[in-house]
Design a protein around this ligand. Structure first.
Ligand code: KG4
Ligand code: ZN
Length: 332
């Protein structure tokens, strides 16, 4: 079964064809990230306008790259929530029009379910149940994936998402957007012990909080400025990355130990972080759990993950009519 997946929740306009939820046929991503970087973050209006410009050619190329036409597609899957609403609506309305005109079923997909399904593309042998940390620009959830369409959230951030913390810290340090890759790059030559950053206290055993950590980085910058000095950017980036990756890995592994999870996974944009991947790998091995990490190209937003999850939503009977609407927020 071939599913066309369409994604437009943030600054990536993406489309892909995936067979049976596991086999990638094509994967096309158009992005406004360079333009967004001029403003230090995503400007929703710019994202929406670029989606309108890019979406038709992006979907066409996804079909072309796979050597298929819309007639070969069994269903059109689209991210309908959560995300920047103006951006989400571009994908949803395009998918509605395409599904209607081609006479294909329309399958709504939750963005975080999509991030989790990116794992199926990298690891065809992976099957639920498994434990997954989904960390992106908008979310940080520790999720028990019970089966392909059932989830139980064990923990979440009580304030900033992990990716958001990377983006804000990057801005504080004068590093470019998106913050995750630029903080990670700066951290390469830094000393992780140079700055003593706090471990924020948070209610809830598996919850995380990054707002205090972000403020602690800002305080270091302000403290240095008051002394007429400058912070050492690689050192502060390394200290921050070590702390945030440490907190995320610790909470995931704590949840894995408590629940006896045999399979531990990462998903979402922040899953591209090398230090986080290393800590989870090492820790899970000690627990005797198998680790599954998404290929780097499937960590950030893409259409393939939506097509992969779209397959599982479709075979579970979750289709929608033309009344489908986009939503800015929605629990997984
Ligand atoms: O999943 P994603 O592409 O979009 C959302 O759903 O939000 O995640 C984007 C987030 C951004 O905040 C970005 O800074 C972060 O993922 N990110 C990283 C890395 N690459 C991207 N964070 C840490 N380390 C990275 N290497
Ligand atoms: Zn995402």
């Amino acid at each position: 079964m071939i599913i066309l997946g369409i994604e437009s929740t943030c600054d990536e306009t993406a489309a892909a064809l995936v067979e049976d939820g596991r086999h990638l046929l094509s994967n096309v991503i158009s992005t406004s990230v360079k333009e967004q970087a001029l403003y230090g973050g995503v400007v929703p209006e710019i994202a929406s306008r670029r989606h309108c410009e890019f979406i038709s050619a992006t979907v066409k190329k996804a079909l072309l790259d796979a050597g298929k036409t819309i007639d070969d597609v069994d269903a059109v899957a689209v991210t309908f929530a959560p995300g920047l609403i103006g951006a989400v609506l571009v994908g949803v309305n395009f998918a509605k029009g395409l599904a209607y005109s081609a006479g294909k079923p329309l399958v709504p997909v939750h963005h975080l379910r999509g991030h989790i399904a990116a794992l199926y593309l990298t690891h065809p042998e992976l099957k639920p149940p498994f434990l997954c940390l989904v960390a992106s620009g908008g979310h940080s959830h520790i999720v028990e994936v019970q089966d392909y369409t059932h989830y139980h959230i064990l923990g979440h951030t009580v304030d900033d998402a992990a990716g958001e913390a990377f983006d804000k810290v990057a801005r504080t340090l004068g590093l470019p957007y998106p913050g995750g890759p630029s903080v990670a790059a700066a951290a390469k030559t830094g000393d992780t012990k140079a700055y003593r950053l706090p471990v924020p206290h948070v209610e809830g055993k598996y919850n995380v909080s990054f707002s205090g950590l972000k403020t602690a980085v800002l305080n270091e910058v302000n403290k240095a400025q008051m002394k007429g000095e400058e912070v050492n950017v690689p050192d502060l980036a390394a200290s921050f990355q070590e702390r945030i990756a440490g907190i995320l890995a610790e909470k995931l592994l704590l949840a894995a130990a408590d629940t006896g999870a045999k399979q531990v996974c990462l998903a979402g944009g922040v899953a591209a972080n090398g230090r986080l991947r290393q800590l989870v790998n090492d820790g899970a091995q000690k627990l005797g759990a198998k680790v599954y990490l998404p290929e780097l190209k499937f960590c950030g937003d893409n259409g393939a993950m939506i097509a992969a999850q779209g397959y599982y939503q479709y075979i579970a009977g979750h289709t929608a009519g033309l009344e489908l609407n986009g939503l800015p927020t929605l629990p997984i």
